[in-house]
Design a protein around this ligand. Structure first.
Ligand code: FES
Ligand code: FES
Length: 181
């Protein structure tokens, strides 16, 4: 067993894990983060995408032990503590960018990373940015539309005071609480 410590959706967790445990299985089975889903387990579909140290990764390609000491954000950590959805989550909802919804957590996490890098992407750049994420329902048109809509919202939603800036931020890992599982 290997002792690891990571901050997931703002909460620190200390655990003993098998060295071979994948991050996605640790998140789901040990920490209960079932919003992150497993579609293929072979790094093809992107449904398991999370942010690791702020960058999107397929969590079935990372060992839990490799995330030791790092911040992880799952789709469950994007909304504010008060429950307000992240603009990308809200936009997927409003523009009907999902059908069965299985690919949606990974699509949203990849889109968040994409918009952090490029706040004003073209449709082509969105398609390129999300090309590692597959949707079996083939809803790509609305997904691109959702990311454009979220980008527009995030560009215009400029906080004017430190207080509103704080309120408008999605929940970020910040060791507000410590949990040993
Ligand atoms: S489950 Fe990780 S890429 Fe498919
Ligand atoms: S909405 Fe069904 S897999 Fe994408």
């Amino acid at each position: 067993m290997t002792k690891i410590s990571m901050t997931v959706d703002g909460v620190r967790y200390d655990d003993d894990v098998e060295p071979r445990t994948l991050l996605v299985h640790h998140l789901r089975e040990r920490l209960g983060k079932i919003g992150t889903v497993v579609g293929c387990d072979t790094s093809n579909c992107g449904s398991c995408t999370v942010l690791l140290a702020g960058k999107s990764v397929k969590s079935c390609t990372v060992l839990a032990a490799q995330a030791d000491g790092m911040d992880v954000t799952t789709v469950e950590g994007l909304s504010t503590p008060g429950g307000a959805l992240h603009p990308v989550q809200q936009s997927f909802h409003e523009t009907h960018a999902l059908q069965c919804g299985f690919c949606t957590p990974g699509m949203i996490m990849a889109a968040v990373d994409l918009l952090n890098e490029n706040p004003d992407p073209s449709d082509e750049e969105i398609r390129e940015g999300l090309e590692g994420n597959l949707c079996r329902c083939t809803g790509y048109q609305n997904i691109v539309r959702a990311v454009q809509h979220a980008a527009s919202t995030m560009r215009t939603d400029v906080p004017t005071t430190p207080e509103t800036a704080q309120q408008s931020q999605p929940a970020q890992p910040g060791a507000s609480q410590e949990v040993t599982t």
